[in-house]
Design a protein around this ligand. Structure first.
Ligand code: OAD
Length: 246
């Protein structure tokens, strides 16, 4: 790994006042959770339109719940990795700080992050398809669970393709990005919009962009520093450098 790149990334971050971290499935890969795209990606084994759209749920709620029950079991069986813990260390160093994750696996919270927006929802929440009922749950279901208030079907509280992002969360995330000095983009293919706009918002107002991924992405074009290596290896090193500077 190029130590010079680690140092450059650490310098940029250490000199930032308002710091955004934007993460995708790649940050959880070293915990053992499959990413969506690429070899062995979730979307290689499932069709998005069968399990991750509102239409899929209307057509076959049992299959959709089976898919999300499996993902729950997987997420419950793993732990945060060194990259999650490095991001939790960052939150302790910066007052003006936010993690925006596209992940629904809860691992950032388990690693200790509190300033966290999950713009694609959370695997361990479920909500009513008819009323405002919402609850946390780690259950696996053979049959779709029913709302204890109104009897309608419950669904996972995640964002499916074709659905808008939760308004409060996306507004907060975009407002933060508008003023962030730096964004660290970790483990995302950065192709699913509007979430993937965040690094571009930071770049457009003159903020710095640091990327950690295994391979180039659309963010690479606007990045001040790109490091192509496993984030569980890179991020702890960046944090050691930052802590030495601050
Ligand atoms: P993807 O599966 O599209 O991308 C994962 C990225 O992580 C790829 O760019 C990999 O190169 C990178 N990666 C894999 N392992 C890594 C590692 N150890 N260290 C660093 N990088 C690594 O996942 P997302 O970008 O999160 O949306 O996908 C975005 C959205 O599309 C998801 O939130 C989900 C999905 O379909 C919804 O379900 C709405």
């Amino acid at each position: 790994m190029d130590d010079e790149l680690i140092k450059r990334a650490a310098d940029i971050i250490a000199n930032s006042k308002k710091l955004l971290v934007f993460t995708g499935a790649g940050i959880s890969a070293e915990s053992g959770i499959p990413t969506f795209r690429g070899q062995d990606g979730l979307w290689e084994n499932y069709r998005v339109e069968d399990v991750a759209t509102p239409e899929a749920f209307l057509r076959n709620p049992r299959l959709v719940w089976k898919f999300y029950s499996e993902r729950r079991r997987k997420a419950l069986s793993v732990k945060p990795n060194a990259a999650h813990y490095a991001v939790a260390r960052l939150e302790k160093l910066f007052d003006d700080f936010l993690v925006v994750t596209q992940n629904v696996d809860d691992l950032h919270r388990k690693a200790g992050n509190k300033k966290l927006i999950e713009i694609h929802g959370n695997l361990f929440r479920e909500k009513c398809t008819a009323c405002a009922f919402i609850r946390n749950s780690e259950s696996s279901y053979e049959e779709p669970p029913l709302c204890p208030d109104c009897g309608a079907m419950l669904r996972p509280d995640v964002v499916w393709f074709g659905e808008p992002l939760p308004e409060k969360e996306i507004n907060e995330a975009f407002d933060f990005a508008e003023e962030a000095d730096t964004v660290i983009v970790i483990g995302t293919s950065a192709i699913v919009f509007p979430a993937a706009q965040l690094p571009f918002i930071v770049y457009n107002h003159g903020g710095k962009v640091i990327e950690v991924n295994l391979e180039p992405t659309p963010v690479t074009d606007i990045a001040n520093v790109s490091i192509f290596e496993k984030c569980g290896i890179v991020l702890p090193k960046i944090l050691d450098e930052i802590e030495a500077i601050l």
